[in-house]
Design a protein around this ligand. Structure first.
Ligand code: NAD
Length: 304
């Protein structure tokens, strides 16, 4: 795909905005849309064309990318809602490729891909891992579900936003791999927060304890790259009041997707269920919009 490729990007939140900025940096012609005027302005200031609705954004686009919160947003964007709002699928140009990077249910990804296919359009699910720092640095991991030909068509565009591209299987398989990863991430984050809270309550300095565990058998991504204890690391949500990262309610959504997948297959996910309940309690306490590393506040009395 050349840089003459016209890309429409819909959903410019914590992840979508930096991903779209990287497409601009790579020289793509970019039209963007988000319900939030603030996000739209950020991209317009950087050189993207700001559309006033999703249908306008996709006009003449060769590639349509979406980065929305959950299944319902993706389904209503493409397929419409309750026969009231119309989806954009009928208006996407012939031969265009659709890439949905949101984390949603595998069944929702398959449903939209089937509807796209019925219109003769190729679609892949390409959820990402790597957080907002990975989005900004264009080092995301893309976990793709869909056919290999569509993945090859998407590869140059994905490469402008990420470093690793995996083909998990057919449509929906990217989402299954992603929710397995995020269930593990939720478990690791809660476990890391619990260990740090225990150490601090027993007189340890959180930075010293983090340094020790990072070189010991408890080392993991949450501890080393996304430390949940305020002040231990620069440039992570914990050190800016748990803002600007991966929301508690988005983690709760992903843990719910893992539960649904477990129920559908009779799988045992006891730790995933425990952590889903912890995140549910944390959200009910009013922390839904905070970064997910704020689970430390639920586990650490002194931080409340
Ligand atoms: P976010 O809440 O920051 O952003 C979502 C954006 O979508 C918002 O700007 C919102 O205004 C916009 N939006 C919602 N409905 C829309 C619509 N109909 N039309 C246009 N715009 C619409 O979420 P995020 O953190 O950017 O996450 C997006 C997706 O990526 C989620 O599925 C999340 O689970 C996944 N994800 C997030 C992270 C992370 O670290 N934040 C990491 C990996 C994956």
């Amino acid at each position: 795909m050349s840089n003459q490729t016209k890309i429409a990007f819909i959903g410019l939140g914590n992840m979508g905005a930096p991903m779209a900025l990287n497409l601009l940096k790579a020289g793509y012609s970019l039209t963007v849309f988000d319900l939030s005027p603030v996000s739209l302005k950020t991209l317009a200031d950087a050189g993207a064309l700001a559309a006033s609705n999703a249908r306008q954004a996709i006009e003449g686009a060769d590639v349509v990318i979406s980065m929305l919160p959950a299944s319902r947003h993706v389904e209503s964007l493409y397929l419409g809602k309750d026969n009231v709002e119309q989806g954009i699928l009928p208006y996407i140009a012939e031969g265009a490729l659709i890439i949905d990077c949101s984390t949603i249910a595998a069944q929702a990804a398959q449903k939209v891909a089937q509807a796209a296919s019925a219109r003769g359009l190729a679609m892949i699910d390409a959820p990402v891992s790597g957080g907002t720092a990975g989005a900004a640095a264009a080092t995301l991991t893309f976990i793709v579900g869909g056919d290999a030909t569509s993945l090859e068509r998407a590869r140059p565009v994905l490469s402008a936003m990420g470093k690793n591209i995996f083909h998990a299987g057919d449509n929906g398989a990217g989402q299954v791999a992603k929710i397995c990863n995020n269930m593990l991430l939720g478990i690791l984050m809660a476990g890391t927060a619990e260990a740090l809270a225990l150490g601090v309550a027993n007189g340890l300095d959180p930075k010293t304890l983090s340094d020790i565990m990072s070189k010991s058998s408890g080392r993991n991504w949450a501890l080393e790259l996304y430390n949940p204890y305020p002040g231990v690391m620069d440039n992570v949500p914990a050190s800016r009041g748990y803002t600007g990262g991966f929301g508690v309610d988005l983690m709760l959504k992903d843990l719910g997707l893992a539960t649904e997948a477990a129920l559908a297959t009779g799988s045992a996910t006891p730790l995933g269920e425990l952590v889903r309940n912890l995140y549910g309690m944390h959200s009910q306490n009013g922390a839904g919009a905070k970064d997910f590393s704020s689970i430390l506040e639920l586990l650490h009395a002194k931080e409340k």
